[in-house]
Design a protein around this ligand. Structure first.
Ligand code: NAP
Length: 258
């Protein structure tokens, strides 16, 4: 089978991944590159971004590293413009940057207003800014936008209310934009379950005498990996998902909302 016959191939596509330097974002970058895409790796720390670019190039793809803070609209716009001018197109945009800017667990009644705002800025407003930057530039040529949500967007998000609320709102943005941007642009989400990245380990406290997956109760018996999420992103970005839009795919080993 040639790449041309493979509906999962991303050969010739140009993808942007925010928060692409670490954890889930790095896994997404490498899965996209393995599927054939050229990748723009973006995060705030240029040296980390360049390290992932080197890994993408080692897979035989083009890579561009762009330092950008997703909470600043002018930096998101510059990221989109550099993608077009330096790589010559924009087919896939993954809004992945997010997490807990302050990992202190707090009940909602104890959450200072500025901490609430910081969570919403990073986990919701930045996704809106990324969606607008991508969708306006994909209008003529078409493309695929993928928003990284969380299993916390379901049910409740104990001692982490603004995070769960922002991710639930991301699922709503995904559904709305899928209608507004159809038929040329598909918009979907991936909602990960527990994946032991830097941010996950900083913001959780598990006992050391028992595997974390057992403490959480993951039906599939293990924590997730960045590649578990990367594979879902490749599917949603590819022609294999050509009739899929407005969906958020929960990739979480079967865990329900915590
Ligand atoms: P991570 O390991 O902490 O990586 C976060 C990435 O985002 C880094 O590349 C970081 O690089 C970048 N970043 C952080 N703030 C940024 C900003 N303001 N502007 C641009 N880039 C920024 O996080 P992760 O666990 O992989 O999480 C990735 C996504 O998955 C997040 O949306 C998170 O909510 C979601 N998620 C994670 C889990 C999990 O269990 N890990 C579960 C559900 C959902 P710099 O600091 O250099 O900018």
């Amino acid at each position: 089978m040639t790449d041309h016959d493979n509906p999962y191939s991303l050969a010739g596509k140009i993808a942007v991944v925010t928060g692409g330097s670490k954890g889930i974002g790095r896994g997404i970058c490498l899965c996209l590159a393995r599927a054939g895409a050229d990748v723009v790796v973006s995060a705030r720390t240029q040296t980390d971004v360049e390290a992932v670019c080197a890994e993408v190039r080692a897979l035989g793809r083009r890579a561009l590293g762009v330092a950008a803070d997703v909470t600043k609209s002018e930096e998101i716009d510059a990221l989109a413009e550099r993608t077009l001018s330096e790589l010559g197109g924009l087919d896939i945009w993954v809004n992945n940057a997010g997490g807990l800017p302050d990992a202190t667990p707090r009940y909602l009644t104890k959450t200072p207003e500025d901490r609430f705002d910081a969570q919403i800025d990073l986990n919701l407003k930045a996704v809106y800014l990324g969606c607008v930057a991508a969708a306006t530039r994909m209008k003529a040529s078409g493309g695929s936008i993928i928003n990284i949500s969380s299993t916390s967007s379901l049910g409740f998000s104990l001692k982490n209310g603004p995070y769960g609320a922002s991710k639930a709102a991301v699922n709503s943005l995904t559904r709305t934009l899928s209608r507004e941007a159809a038929p040329k642009i598909r918009v979907n989400g991936v909602a990960p379950g527990p994946i032991p990245t830097e941010n996950f380990m900083e913001s959780t406290s598990f006992r050391e005498d028992k595997p974390i997956a057992d403490q959480i109760g993951v039906p599939l018996g293990r924590l997730g990996t960045p590649e578990d999420i990367g594979h879902a992103v490749v599917y949603l970005a590819s022609d294999a998902a050509g009739w899929v839009t407005g969906q958020t795919l929960f990739v979480n080993g079967g865990t329900a909302a915590q």
